[in-house]
Design a protein around this ligand. Structure first.
Ligand code: PLP
Length: 416
């Protein structure tokens, strides 16, 4: 065992882990492309791009060069009262990528905080206009929006541990997605009686990621848009997972032909290099904060807001989307996964195989021993992290067809 791992193991606290039984993590010596090089010399093909972030593969030289140049010039300056070019350029570019009214970019340092800011904008914009009592956000079962207390409250009640933290969490309604006739009728009825308590609606468009990569059709988003317009609600699309090509279009909402009032972005924003997030709101919401009084200002400002290194990485990542055929690569990955994961359908215990963009999912009736399954996958030379009852692939868009075949074959072999 590496000595740093052995010493540090007594001091680190891992994410989502029961530390009493957690297996030792694999020590990584370096990364490159879709390869994770372990200290012991083994190389794993990465199937999940480090929690959906590394869309250009690891160590892309263009991002590395941009970040190191920025590090030498201005690593960070406070965003209050001082400005640096990277954040201003990035705001301009993000606004240009989005539909016209989505014009105002608020930078934070994690996805959860970006969602907190979205909630704050939705609620405070009403308070600023003198509208009281509309402080709830309607969210959906199976949804995931982060781990802070504000965002846990709009996650799936079980996953958000609403029962454990009763009294500590804000209370928001969480109901089933309007995806079929019965749930749509229930959704419509809910709004009919409760819309006057709501500030907005939040959804992960097209795919509930952390909830188990559960897909829904674009018409769900169109229904939400119509309902939000009918009742004057702020529609928030949390594209922290789906943004930047993952579902086949630059943003998932493009497939529905409807835009939100607020969008949250993070994960692939910096191409998997630095923590950065953005909450982008329409001009109309922004204008609700304008007045002669400081009392109506948006009171939020993380210390590392709009970190210059993160913004330089994000600008470089956007360069790559412009210069390299990312969406065509996603389409090719999608077709290959659909073809090569299909044989898993015939395996015992497999209940569904589904693909959307560069997301491939094999759903099982249950995964009894995720740790053993993960070990078996590592023995196949791949890094895939089973969770809930699924095995999924969210590879880098730059993965080679051979590497992707290796990932799909590993899943098939391990499940057989
Ligand atoms: C990952 C994720 C978040 C939380 O982002 P963090 O950076 O982990 O705080 C929020 N919403 C969605 C849809 C996510 O996938």
């Amino acid at each position: 065992m590496s000595s740093w791992l052995e010493k540090g193991w007594r001091h680190v606290w891992l994410p989502y882990a029961q530390m009493q039984t957690a297996p030792l993590p694999l020590p990584v010596a370096r990364t490159g492309g879709s390869g994770i090089h372990l200290e012991d010399g083994r190389v794993l093909i990465d199937g999940i791009a480090s929690w959906w972030t590394a869309c250009h593969g690891y160590n892309h030289p263009h991002i590395a060069q941009a970040v190191s140049a920025q590090l030498a010039r201005v690593p960070h300056v406070m965003f209050g009262g001082l400005a640096h070019e990277q954040a201003y350029r990035l705001s301009t570019r993000l606004a240009a990528l989005l539909p016209a009214p989505l014009n105002r970019v608020f930078f934070t340092d994690s996805g959860s905080v970006a969602v907190e800011v979205a909630i704050k904008i939705a609620v405070q914009s009403r308070l600023n206009r003198g509208e009281r009592g509309r402080t709830k956000i309607l969210a959906f079962t199976g949804g995931y929006h982060g781990d802070t207390f504000g965002t846990m409250a709009i996650c799936d009640p079980e996953e958000g541990m609403h029962a454990m933290f009763t009294g500590l969490l804000p209370e928001h309604p969480v109901i089933p997605l309007p995806r079929d006739e019965a749930s749509t009728a229930a959704f419509d009825a809910f709004l009919e009686t409760n819309a006057n308590t709501l500030a907005g609606i939040i959804i992960e468009p097209l795919v509930q990621g952390a909830g188990g990569m559960v897909l829904h059709p674009p018409q769900v988003l169109r229904h939400l848009r119509r309902a939000a317009d009918a009742y004057g609600l702020t529609l928030i699309f949390d594209e922290i997972f789906t943004g930047f090509g993952r579902t086949g279009t630059m943003f998932a909402f493009e497939q529905a032909g409807v835009a939100p009032d607020i969008i949250t972005l993070s994960k692939a924003l910096t191409g998997g290099t630095l923590p950065l997030a953005a909450t982008i709101a329409t001009d109309a919401l922004f204008e609700a904060f304008l007045s002669e009084s400081p009392a109506t200002a948006l009171m939020h400002g993380p210390t590392y807001m709009a970190n210059a290194l993160g913004c330089a990485a994000a600008n470089a990542s956007l360069d790559l989307f412009e210069r390299e055929p990312r969406l065509a690569q996603v389409a090719a990955i999608s077709a290959q996964m659909a073809h090569e994961l299909a044989p898993c359908r015939a395996l015992p215990g497999v209940v569904d195989v589904r693909v959307l963009g560069a997301i491939g999912v094999v759903e099982l009736a249950e995964i009894a021993n995720p740790a053993a399954l993960r070990m078996a996958l590592v023995a196949q030379g791949v890094w895939i992290r089973p969770f809930r009852n699924i095995l999924y692939l969210t590879p880098a868009f730059t993965i080679s067809p051979d590497e992707l075949s290796h990932l799909c074959a590993a899943i098939f072999r391990v499940l057989s």
